[in-house]
Unconditional design. Sequence first.
Length: 97
Amino acid sequence: MGKNTDGRLVWNHSTHIRSLIPVLGRLIYLDGIQTVTPGELGRVKGHSPALQLRVSVPIRGGFKVIAREGKTVQEVFILTQLDQEQLEAAIAIAMKK
């Protein structure tokens, strides 16, 4: 996976999981990623000490990903040509600092 200048990050909300934005910023530069759109923030009962991204379900043209950190959860919609396994690999690359 290399540089991709076609990916874009959509800013449709004013609030995000703080540590998620740098990861999404790196993700849009990977091949096969077209659009990344963070959704609304939510609260959960469980606690996740570190940021976690999990591919949830397929959507038209890509996947819904669930981001969790602390007691906060956020849906992220990723439009991509990648299959689920390739997207999980791309997310793992983007999560590395």
